[in-house]
Write a protein that binds this ligand. Structure first.
Ligand code: PHE
Ligand code: ZN
Length: 883
C-alpha cells in the first residue's frame, strides 16, 4: 500500500517554502464515493526563500487528478511530474500566478479518517497533521499560510448542513432544489491543517456570547438529531472558556461565529479548526444518565482546550511539526489552569500530575522516549504524545513558576503581540519570556531538547548546635534513546521545611536570601542549599505543587511521612506524601510476595490514611484522591525492572482489602454521608461527593464479603446517574460471577442503542482481571456493536485491554501480546494512526521479567516482519525493538 520507504525528517533540515500561496478558493462537490474538489491557488515565489528558484512541489496522496491549469491554460502531462505523494511543476512564472487543480476523492473508502471521510453519513474532514494532501494538491506544511474561501455543494437531503471555517457569505439552491450550496470565508490566514469542512444531516443547539469589546458571537454545536440536550454542558463549558481567556490572558474571540460539530468516528479527541472545531462525540454528549463526572470534566477541559487553540495554535501557529509543543504544551497548560480555576486547583493539580506520571513518565522511561521538541521523526502522527502534550505543559508551567505569574503574563502578552499571524518556533516563544523578564533562559531551554525524567536525589542534614539544615540535591539524568549523556538542567524546586509541630519554618538561606515563593533554582549536577535559623530537625516537603516534572528521592521515616500527610500546608504535597507512602508499602508487599512470604504489610499506612481522610475541612474531591491507591501500572513503573504484573496485581488487591477492613466502619460512614438524593448537578462539589462515595465503595468492595457484594449490586441497580452506575459496573465486571453477569446484561439492554454509552460496557469487560477476559474480549470483537473501523470501539475494547488490564494483557503465556499484535496488523490496513497507538501498549515491555519479556519480543518481532506496514506502525515497532 505505502508508496515508498518512509524517510526520516530532521529539524536541522528546515527551509522556508520556495513558494507562497496567499489565497485558496475551494469548490467542493460532495459525493459519497466521488467528491470533486476544484482548488484555485494564488501562488508566488517566496522572496524569503534563499537561492535560485525551485520547482513547485505540491503534496498529494490518494487523489485522482482530473485537470490542472496555470493562469487559465490547461497543462499537459509533460508540464508536470506526478507521483503517489506529489505533483511537481518544474517551470513556473516569476510573477504571481494562478494554479487551478481539479481532483476527485472517495470519502466512503477513507477508513484512515484523515482528509475527507464519512462517519454516520456525515461528511467531515481531518487535516492535522498532513490530511489536507488527501483532499487536494497543496503545500501541506504549517508555515504556508493562506486565506480560504470555500464553496460546498451537496444534495440537501443528504447534507442540509454545510459548514466550513470562518463566516458564512452566501447560501442557495440549485437544480430546482436538488442541490444546494454554501460559501464560507475565513479572513484569517491559516495553514491547511486548520481547514475543515462538514456536510450532513445534523441538528444544532445555538447560543451567543458577548465578547469583552462588546461584539456578539453566534455559537452552535451540531449533533445527531435527538441528542441536542446532551450538548448543553459543552455549550456552557465553551462560554466559560471564552470568558476565562479574556480575563486570564486578555484574549478575545475574533470571528462572528464559532461552530462545533460532534462526529462518531474520530482518531483523536477533538480538533481546533479555525471557527469550526470537530469533536469526537464522546467529548460533547453528556447527560446525568449517560455520562460520568469524569466525562463531564473531560468535556469541559477539551472544549476549552480547542477553543484556547484559537490564539495558541491558530492565530500563532507552528513553523514546522517539530514545534508541535508550541501549540499543544502551551494549550494543555492553559486548559489545566482553566479547569483549576473552575474547579479545585489542588485536585486539578493532583489529576494532572497523576496523568503525567502514568503516561508521560512511563513513555520517558522506555524505548519511545523523546524530547518535548523532537529533532527527527518518520511519521508526525506518532508524536501526538504525552511528552509533547503533558510534559510540554509542565515546561510552560515551570516558566510561570520561575518568573512568577506577573512576568509570565508579560511574556505571554509579548508573544501574542510579536507573533500574531505568524508561524513561530519554540525558540521564539522562550525569547519572549527572556525579553519580558530580563531572565537568561539558556539552560532552561534544555527542557525542550533533553528527553528522560530527571531524578533529584536529595538528602537533608541537620546541625542542632548551629541550627542549620543542609539540603543536598543531585540531578541524575537517565540515558534515553540517542541521548546517552546529558547536561544539568534548570529545575525549579519548590519546598518547605516542617517543624515538629507540623508548621512551616521560614526559609532563609545562609546567603541571607529568602527564596521567592519557596522555590529554589537547581542548576548544577550537585548542589547544597543551607538554611539557617532552623529551630529543630525539620521534615522536608519537597517539590511542592509538583514544581517540576521530576522524580524526587529522599529518605524519610514513616513518622516523617505521617507528619507530612497530616500537616503539610501544601495540600498537593500532603496528597503526594500519602501516595508515596502507599507506593512504598505496595513495593514492599510485591517484594515479600516475590519471596513467597505472606505480606502482612500496610497497617500503618492504612491508619495514617484513615486519619488524613477523616479531616472534614478537606473537600470531598480531595479526600477521594487520597483514597485512590497508585495504579498497577504506576507500581510497575516505580519497580522499573523485572516487573511481574501478576504479583503487582496481588499486592494491589491485598492492600485494598486491608484498607477496606481497617477503615471499614469509617468508609461505611462516608458511603452513607456522601449519598445525595436531590437532582443531579455536574458541578465540581457534587462530583466530589460522588467521587468520595465511590472511592469508599471501591475499598469496601475490596473486602469481598457477601454484604459488600450486595451493596455493590444495589449501587449498580439503584444508581440514578452514570457516575455511580459505571463505577459499580466496572467493579462488578471485575468480580465476575452471577452478580457481574447480571449487571453486564442489564447495561447492555439499557444502552445497546447508544453508540457512545455502550463503550463503557465493552471497556468494563476488557478491564476485568478475571482469567477468562482475553477469550471474552476476543469474542466481543465479533459483537454486532463492535467495528474495527470505529476508533472509539477499538479504544474501548482493545485499547482498554492493552492499557488498563495489566494482569491479562501481560499473561505469562503471551496470548495477550499475540492478540494485540494481531489486531495491530489488522488495523494497520484500515487506520494506521490507531494501529500505531495500540502498539504503544508495549512501551514498557523491556522492564518485564524475562519470561514475559521474551513473549512480548516475539509479538513485536512478528509485527516488525509483516509486509506492507504503514510508516506509523513501522516507526513505532522499530523503536520498540532497537537496542
Ligand atoms: N490538535 C488536536 C488537539 O487539540 C489533536 C489532533 C491531532 C486531532 C491530530 C486530530 C489529529 O489537541
Ligand atoms: Zn491541542
Amino acid at each position: 500500500m505505502k508508496p515508498e520507504t518512509p524517510r526520516p525528517v530532521h529539524l536541522k533540515d528546515y527551509r522556508p517554502p520556495g513558494y507562497l500561496i496567499d489565497k485558496v478558493d475551494l469548490d467542493v462537490c460532495l459525493d459519497a464515493t466521488r467528491t470533486r474538489v476544484r482548488s484555485r491557488l494564488a501562488v508566488r515565489p517566496n522572496p524569503d526563500a534563499s537561492g535560485r528558484r525551485q520547482a513547485l512541489r505540491l503534496d498529494g496522496e490518494h487523489l485522482e487528478l482530473d485537470e490542472i491549469k496555470l493562469d487559465r491554460k490547461p497543462l499537459s502531462k509533460k508540464d508536470y511530474n506526478l507521483t503517489d505523494t506529489s505533483l511537481t511543476l518544474a517551470k513556473t512564472p516569476a510573477a504571481p500566478f494562478t494554479l487551478e487543480i481539479v481532483t476527485f476523492v472517495n470519502p466512503e473508502a477513507n477508513k484512515a479518517l484523515q482528509g475527507l471521510y464519512r462517519t454516520n453519513d456525515v461528511y467531515c474532514t481531518q487535516c492535522e497533521a498532513e490530511g489536507f494532501r488527501r483532499i487536494t494538491y497543496f503545500l501541506d506544511r504549517p508555515d504556508a499560510l493562506a486565506t480560504y474561501t470555500v464553496r460546498i455543494e451537496a444534495d440537501p437531503r443528504e447534507a442540509p448542513v454545510l459548514l466550513s471555517n470562518g463566516n458564512l457569505l452566501e447560501r442557495g439552491t440549485l437544480a430546482g432544489g436538488k442541490r444546494h450550496y454554501a460559501v464560507w470565508r475565513d479572513p484569517f490566514p491559516k495553514p491547511c491543517y486548520l481547514f475543515a469542512l462538514v456536510g450532513g444531516d445534523l441538528s444544532p443547539i445555538a447560543s451567543t456570547f458577548r465578547t469583552m469589546s462588546g461584539r456578539t458571537v453566534d455559537l452552535a454545536i451540531y449533533v445527531e438529531h435527538g441528542k441536542e440536550e446532551r450538548a448543553a454542558w459543552a455549550m456552557d463549558s465553551l462560554k466559560r472558556a471564552m470568558r476565562w481567556d479574556e480575563v486570564r490572558f486578555g484574549r478575545e474571540y475574533d470571528l462572528d461565529v464559532f461552530n462545533i460539530v460532534a462526529v462518531s468516528d474520530f482518531n483523536m479527541g477533538a480538533m481546533e479548526n479555525k471557527g469550526l472545531n470537530v469533536f469526537n462525540d464522546r467529548l460533547i454528549l453528556a447527560s446525568p444518565e449517560t455520562a460520568t463526572d469524569t466525562i463531564f470534566e473531560a468535556i469541559e477541559s477539551v472544549v476549552a482546550h480547542e477553543y484556547f487553540h484559537n490564539w495558541t495554535g491558530n492565530r500563532i501557529t507552528c513553523r514546522d511539526w517539530f514545534q508541535l509543543c508550541l501549540k499543544e504544551g502551551l494549550t494543555v497548560f492553559r486548559d489545566q489552569e482553566f479547569s483549576g480555576d473552575e474547579r479545585s486547583a489542588t485536585v486539578q493539580r493532583i489529576l494532572d500530575v497523576r496523568r503525567l506520571k502514568t503516561h508521560q513518565f512511563a513513555e520517558d522511561a522506555g524505548p519511545l522516549a523523546h524530547p518535548v521538541r523532537p529533532e527527527t521523526y518518520i511519521e508526525i502522527n506518532n508524536f501526538y504524545t504525552p511528552t509533547v502534550y503533558e510534559k510540554g505543559a509542565e515546561v510552560v508551567r515551570m516558566l510561570q513558576t520561575l518568573l512568577g505569574r506577573e512576568l509570565f503574563r508579560s511574556g505571554m502578552d509579548l508573544y501574542f503581540d510579536r507573533h500574531d499571524g505568524e508561524a513561530a518556533t519554540v525558540e521564539e516563544f522562550v525569547r519572549c519570556f527572556e525579553d519580558a523578564s530580563g531572565t537568561d533562559l539558556t539552560q532552561f531551554r534544555l527542557w525542550y531538547a533533553q528527553a528522560g525524567t530527571p531524578e533529584l536525589v536529595c538528602a537533608l542534614r541537620y546541625d542542632k548546635a548551629k541550627k542549620r539544615a543542609e539540603l543536598d540535591v543531585e540531578q541524575v539524568l537517565p540515558a534515553t534513546p540517542g541521548q546517552a549523556h546529558k547536561k544539568p538542567m534548570h529545575i525549579p524546586l519548590k519546598l518547605g521545611l516542617l517543624g515538629a509541630n507540623g508548621h512551616d519554618v521560614s526559609l532563609k538561606l545562609d546567603s541571607g536570601e529568602e527564596p521567592a515563593d519557596g522555590t529554589l533554582s537547581v542548576t548544577k549536577r550537585k548542589q547544597t542549599f543551607r538554611f539557617v535559623d532552623v529551630p529543630s530537625r525539620p521534615v522536608p516537603s519537597l517539590l511542592r505543587d509538583f514544581s517540576a516534572p521530576v522524580n524526587v528521592t529522599i529518605d524519610l521515616s514513616d513518622r516523617d511521612v505521617e507528619l507530612l500527610m497530616a500537616n503539610d500546608s501544601d495540600l498537593f504535597n500532603r496528597w503526594q506524601a500519602a501516595n508515596s507512602f502507599a507506593m512504598r508499602t505496595l513495593v514492599e508487599i510485591v517484594g515479600l510476595l516475590a519471596k513467597g512470604k505472606s505480606a502482612s504489610r500496610g497497617a500503618r499506612y492504612a491508619k495514617a490514611l484513615g486519619a488524613a481522610v477523616l479531616s472534614d475541612e478537606l473537600e470531598p474531591a480531595y479526600r477521594a484522591e487520597l483514597l485512590k491507591l497508585p495504579t498497577q501500572a504506576d507500581i510497575a513503573r516505580v519497580i522499573g525492572k523485572n516487573v511481574d504484573p501478576a504479583l503487582i496485581h496481588r499486592a494491589h488487591k491485598r492492600l485494598s482489602g486491608l484498607i477496606g477492613r481497617t477503615l471499614g466502619a469509617q468508609l461505611a460512614d462516608l458511603y452513607a454521608a456522601m449519598a445525595e438524593d436531590g437532582p443531579f448537578s455536574p458541578d465540581a462539589t457534587s462530583a466530589g461527593r460522588r467521587a468520595l462515595r465511590n472511592a469508599a465503595l471501591t475499598l469496601l468492595t475490596a473486602r469481598a464479603s457477601g454484604p459488600d457484594l450486595a451493596r455493590l449490586s444495589k449501587h449498580y441497580f439503584k444508581a440514578s446517574n452514570m457516575t455511580d452506575r459505571a463505577q459499580a459496573l466496572f467493579l462488578l465486571a471485575a468480580h465476575g460471577g452471577k452478580a457481574g453477569e447480571q449487571a453486564l446484561a442489564d447495561f447492555h439492554d439499557r444502552w445497546k442503542g447508544d453508540h457512545v454509552v455502550i463503550d463503557a460496557w465493552f471497556a468494563a469487560q476488557a478491564q476485568s482481571p478475571l482469567a477468562g477476559t482475553l477469550k471474552r474480549v476476543e469474542a466481543l470483537t465479533h459483537h454486532p456493536l463492535f467495528a474495527l473501523t470505529a476508533p472509539n470501539k477499538v479504544r474501548a475494547l482493545i485499547g482498554t485491554f492493552a492499557a488498563a488490564n495489566p494482569v491479562q494483557f501481560n499473561r505469562p503465556d503471551g496470548a495477550g501480546y499475540a492478540f494485540i499484535a494481531n489486531h495491530v496488523l489488522e488495523l494497520d490496513r484500515l487506520n494506521p494512526q490507531i494501529a500505531a497507538r495500540m502498539l504503544g501498549a508495549f512501551r514498557s515491555w523491556r522492564a518485564l521479567e524475562t519470561g514475559r519479556r521474551g513473549q512480548a519480543r516475539k509479538a513485536l518481532q512478528r509485527v516488525a516482519r509483516a509486509k506492507n506496514l504503514s510508516s506509523d506502525v513501522q516507526e513505532i515497532v522499530s523503536k520498540m525493538l532497537e537496542a
